[in-house]
Design a protein around this ligand. Structure first.
Ligand code: ADP
Ligand code: MG
Length: 229
């Protein structure tokens, strides 16, 4: 997307300083979090007892925004390696299952016997998968969620993974906005997750696109470069 590219170029100019500030803000934040936790432990103070969880929640949210932002502006150079795709997916899913469980959503990986090797930065691909699957999980709010991951198609030099959910889906208009900076339909969203995906995936020569129908669900298609045989 044109506007996205322009935005990223601007970010790289202002980004250095903003990233430094974001980084510095994190330390006092951690201190404050620790102190609130310490004060609220076995306290007699009713107000403190009532509001401490709220304060901690908000601090965690602030920290998450900073983390997302830092990943966006300073993703670090991709460290390209040959990676076993099945192993990578299993590792990522074990991180996300508890989150799925919390949202009453099961995650199914339709593994095939093939052991494809991709060429990518492990952390970057994991981060992309995490962001996609988290969105999928969050889209199933209020119903029994099911996320299916399978190998959608394969060509000479790339493999495409499908991440399908039975969530609330997106209209044509919503689909157009996905990936734009700060676009979110969630009360506690940052609107950075999908932007991070496009940034990280571009760096390793892959791509991502979405198909979606309101009320039916969404399919994210993630293409990754295959190791040349
Ligand atoms: P956030 O998750 O913080 O809202 P993202 O950039 O990850 O930010 O996502 C932006 C928006 O795209 C979401 O708020 C949601 O409206 C939409 N979206 C992304 N993935 C899905 C999905 N699987 N199903 C429905 N909507 C989605
Ligand atoms: Mg998200």
């Amino acid at each position: 997307r044109l506007e996205e590219t322009a935005y990223l170029d601007k970010l790289s100019v202002v980004g250095q300083m903003a990233a430094a500030i974001a980084h510095e803000v994190r330390n006092p934040l951690t201190t404050v979090r620790g102190l609130i936790q310490f004060l609220a432990k076995d306290t007699e103070d009713k107000k403190l007892e009532e509001f401490a969880p709220l304060i901690l929640d908000e601090l965690d949210r602030t920290n998450k925004i900073i983390t997302d932002y830092l990943t966006l502006v300073k993703p670090g150079k991709p460290n390209l390696k040959n990676l076993n795709l099945n192993v990578l997916i299993h590792d990522t899913l074990s991180l996300l299952r508890p989150y799925g469980y919390l949202h009453n959503t099961a995650i199914l990986f339709k593994e095939t016997g093939e052991n494809e090797q991709i060429v990518a930065d492990e952390q970057h691909v994991k981060q992309c998968l995490i962001n996609i699957i988290k969105n999928a999980i969050e889209s199933t709010e209020g119903k029994e969620g099911l996320i299916t991951i399978y190998k959608h198609s394969i060509s000479k030099d790339s493999i495409t993974l499908a991440i399908e959910d039975n969530g609330k889906g997106m209209s044509e208009q919503e689909l157009q906005q996905i990936g734009l900076p700060f676009y979110t339909t969630k009360t506690k969203g940052t609107g950075l997750g999908t932007m991070i995906i496009s940034r990280l995936i571009r760096d390793i020569g892959g791509s991502v696109r979405y198909e979606s129908r309101p009320e039916k669900g969404t399919k994210a298609l993630l293409s990754l470069p295959l190791k040349s045989s």
